[in-house]
Design a protein. Structure first.
Length: 255
């Protein structure tokens, strides 16, 4: 629903944006039409033959202004389209933009027979950071994570923020062993992410899941499979912590 409203807003902005130059073009066309009417009068009624030259000059000017208007409108449409698929906070692709790219990647993979991997990353205990330090701190952390991810992927890879503290990466054409190495690098980078807020050092860690695709999957299947892998990692991590906590609280007595 939010994405539909966003697209509607973009369309409204595009419809109501009329520049001064566009008004100028309308005035030129109006004046040009008046001159044409005068030029079409019988020769005996034309007081000044230079009106013909003026009409031709204005015609050329109107054509130039029309070309400029079309170019400006095309650039504005592209800019608004980019805004509609960009996450405002992190400047990564938003969910809509990422899923669009994922569909294209899967289509390309199906044609070429070259697979890749979808990686999904979810920050651990992010809600606790928001609750303790506030949403501004949480937003700053998301920006740092996004910047860290950008440094760990290739230019050909695609990164997006699916929502909240969940990120996704498309690693197209990367062998499975190299995907594993890349995930380890990302995990290590986030673990050592230096983040301070109001003189508090905040530790950051993430659960990362993946699914290697062949191009035969639908984008929804791929998202769900990578999600399951990520939640499996998160569940295992939480289970291991509970076991360690229980062992630490155990008391041994000698009879």
């Amino acid at each position: 629903m939010g994405e539909i409203k966003s697209l509607a807003t973009v369309k409204q902005r595009a419809d109501r944006e009329i520049s001064i130059d566009e008004v100028k073009l309308d005035n030129i066309i109006s004046h040009f039409s008046g001159l044409i009417e005068r030029v079409n009068l019988p020769p005996t009624q034309i007081s000044d033959r230079t009106e013909v030259e003026k009409a031709l000059s204005l015609a050329l000017l109107a054509m130039t202004e029309a070309e400029k208007r079309i170019d400006r409108q095309q650039k504005r449409i592209k800019q608004l389209e980019k805004l509609s698929v960009t996450d405002e906070l992190t400047k990564l692709l938003n969910r809509r933009g990422f899923l669009t790219q994922l569909k294209r990647t899967l289509s390309s993979s199906k044609r070429s027979g070259v697979g890749g991997s979808l990686v999904i990353l979810d920050l651990d205990r992010f809600k606790n950071i928001n609750d303790r330090y506030g949403h501004i701190a949480g937003d700053k952390l998301l920006q740092k994570v996004a910047n860290s991810l950008k440094l760990k992927v290739r230019d050909s890879d695609t990164i997006g923020r699916l929502g909240g503290d969940e990120f996704a990466i498309i690693l197209a054409g990367l062998p499975s062993c190299m995907v594993s190495n890349r995930i380890e690098e990302i995990q290590d980078a986030i673990k050592h992410l230096h983040f301070e807020w109001e003189n508090h050092k905040i530790g950051v860690c993430a659960s990362i899941g993946r699914y290697d695709y062949s191009g035969t999957e639908t984008y929804t299947e791929l998202i769900n499979l990578a999600d399951l892998s990520m939640y499996d990692k998160k569940l295992k991590k939480n289970t291991d912590k509970k076991i360690v906590s229980t062992i630490g609280q155990t008391r041994f007595y000698t009879l």
